[in-house]
Design a protein around this ligand. Structure first.
Ligand SMILES: [Zn+2]
Length: 54
């Protein structure tokens, strides 16, 4: 059987985004990402993707 990821951990994972420009990781509310309220600390861009995508 495959190991299941606990829901809480999965949720935590979902809240981490990676800057498309410089690749720095930022933990933020997905809602805020969608609304464009989160800026990258390094390059100040608003282009983020989820950490799951490679
Ligand atoms: Zn950046």
């Amino acid at each position: 059987m495959a190991t299941k990821i606990p829901a809480a951990q999965q949720r935590l994972f979902h809240r981490i985004f990676v800057c498309k420009n410089c690749g720095s990781k930022i933990r933020a509310d997905p809602k805020k990402i969608i609304e464009g309220k989160v800026k990258c600390r390094k390059c100040k861009k608003r282009a983020f993707r989820t950490i799951k995508k490679k």
